[in-house]
Design a protein around this ligand. Structure first.
Ligand code: 9MR
Length: 453
């Protein structure tokens, strides 16, 4: 009885399902099953110690995808929020991961609300912790020259303070000892911020490299539009230079007097308001006023592309050669805004020799090494970090090998990657410095140490 009843019920249920299925077939348009496929290829890239990128091939007709990340290949130990995470594009950055950990990723396609099977699983392992780099202090290891850092008044406390004191024995103001800040309107000097940097250096037994008395890109508008005669303009510049240099006698070891006076390309003197108002020997006049104000301060000429452009370097050397016989120059600053892939070590060494052959001091004055010059990376990969480390090492090796009498300082242009001027200047991300955004020591710092060996 029971069996009979059951089989009757089964037959009934079967017929019901058949009807249901055939009705469904007619009324509902199923997605073409051949479209419901997962991405054919999934790839992990840009692996760092706490993140990586996943990209997959697009599927025709897909309205989106779901990405899932796990710590095991059976996807039981899932990583939030990357669990069926909806993404309309064909890639995501997976962040906030643990170091030295293997992660598994799979993707599926969504078409008309239906989900495909999962793609093939791919995996990637995050790198070792940034803290694995040696923490030896640069200034302790560099025994024959000063190690400098570009600083800002607002960043002289907390972790900045601790790192500056540990690592560096020379400071350059990144922008607060320039004319637009120190002489904002006629007759009104404002040394508030310059004083704060100089005081901080004094308290901590550090040199100050004064930067920069005259620079076309930091000239206040009242000077650009000066309404007096050329002689009045010249008298104003003399007063500014002498007032500033005198204020810091015994506290500032050296000054960049005229910064970046040479044009790119043709090697001509840059057509600044100073050239226009004071004539072609304006650099000499400015150097003379510095000497008169402080006979002991070291006088530098400072410029960029001094390694990469022979034309520009030769033009700058021609200016310098006019000053040497008159004892109006002590040193030459190569800014060294360079990239991981150039200039080469031999190019740097050859350019340095042009300075040291003249018995001048050489300052590598604004070192940073772009890791992403082609803007094709979203994270600093281990490969690129190692290439950048190598370039830092080469720069320091070259500097460390110059004659002792020419050694002065090697200054790095900023502490943390996210604060580098290069981000704004080029308008995209880069990691040019020796500390990451969280104050961790990078491989580039290790490169600096290696260059001293
Ligand atoms: O890095 C500096 C940036 O923070 C300032 O806004 C800018 C203007 O004062 O100057 C930058 O430093 C420059 C340096 O003084 C001279 N060489 C080029 C540097 C980058 O522009």
């Amino acid at each position: 009885m029971t069996i009979q009843t059951s089989s009757t019920r089964l037959v009934f249920l079967f017929s019901f399902l058949l009807v249901l299925f055939s009705c469904g077939d007619k009324e509902k348009i199923e997605p073409n099953t051949s479209d419901l496929i997962p991405p054919s290829s999934v790839a992990i890239s840009n692996i760092s110690d706490n993140a990586f990128r996943v990209d997959w091939t697009s599927v025709s007709g897909a309205e989106g995808y779901e990405a899932t990340v796990a710590r095991d290949d059976s996807f039981t130990d899932l990583v939030q929020p990357y669990v069926d995470l909806r993404e309309n594009g064909t890639g995501i950055n997976v962040i906030s991961l643990d170091t030295s950990t293997t992660y598994y990723v799979r993707i599926r396609t969504i078409i008309d609300g239906e989900k495909s099977a999962f793609s093939t699983t791919v995996n990637g392992t995050t790198l070792g912790a940034a803290g694995a780099e040696p923490t030896n202090a640069l200034k302790d290891e560099a025994t024959t020259f000063a190690v400098g850092m570009a600083v800002r008044v607002n960043n002289l406390s907390g972790q900045y303070d601790a790192i500056y004191k540990r690592e560096f024995n020379s400071l350059t103001a990144e922008y607060e000892m320039k004319m637009n800040i120190m002489y904002p309107s006629q007759g009104n000097y404002d040394f508030t911020r310059a004083d704060a940097i100089v005081d901080y250096a004094q308290e901590n037994g550090m040199h100050v490299h004064g930067h920069a008395l005259i620079w076309h890109a930091a000239t206040p508008s009242w000077v650009e539009n000066f309404s007096g005669t050329d002689q009045e303009f010249e008298d104003m510049v003399e007063d500014y230079i002498k007032t500033t240099v005198t204020r810091y006698i015994g506290k500032v070891r050296s000054w960049d007097v005229v910064n970046e006076a040479i044009e790119d390309g043709n090697g001509q003197l840059r057509n600044s308001v100073f050239l226009q108002r004071m004539g072609t020997d304006y650099i000499k006049k400015c150097h003379q006023w510095v000497r008169e104000a402080d006979p002991n301060v070291l006088i530098f000429y400072n410029d960029y592309n001094m390694v990469s452009s022979n034309t520009k370097r030769n033009a700058a050397l021609a200016v310098v050669d006019q000053l040497i016989p008159e004892d109006l120059i002590d040193g030459f600053g190569f800014q060294m805004h360079i990239s991981y892939n150039g200039p080469s070590k031999s190019q740097i060494a050859n350019a340095a020799k042009d300075v040291t052959d003249r018995n001048l001091l050489l300052h590598f004055s604004e070192l940073d090494v772009r890791a992403n010059p082609d803007n094709n990376m979203t994270m600093l990969t281990e490969t690129r970090a190692i290439e950048q480390q190598q370039k830092y090492k080469e720069v320091v090796e070259v500097y460390n090998a110059i004659p002792t009498d020419s050694k002065f300082a090697l200054t790095v242009w900023g502490l943390k990657d996210n604060e580098s001027w290069l981000q704004n200047f080029w308008g995209h991300i880069d990691w040019p410095l020796m500390y990451d955004d969280q104050f961790n020591i990078k491989k580039s710092h290790t490169g600096f140490l290696e260059g001293l060996q």
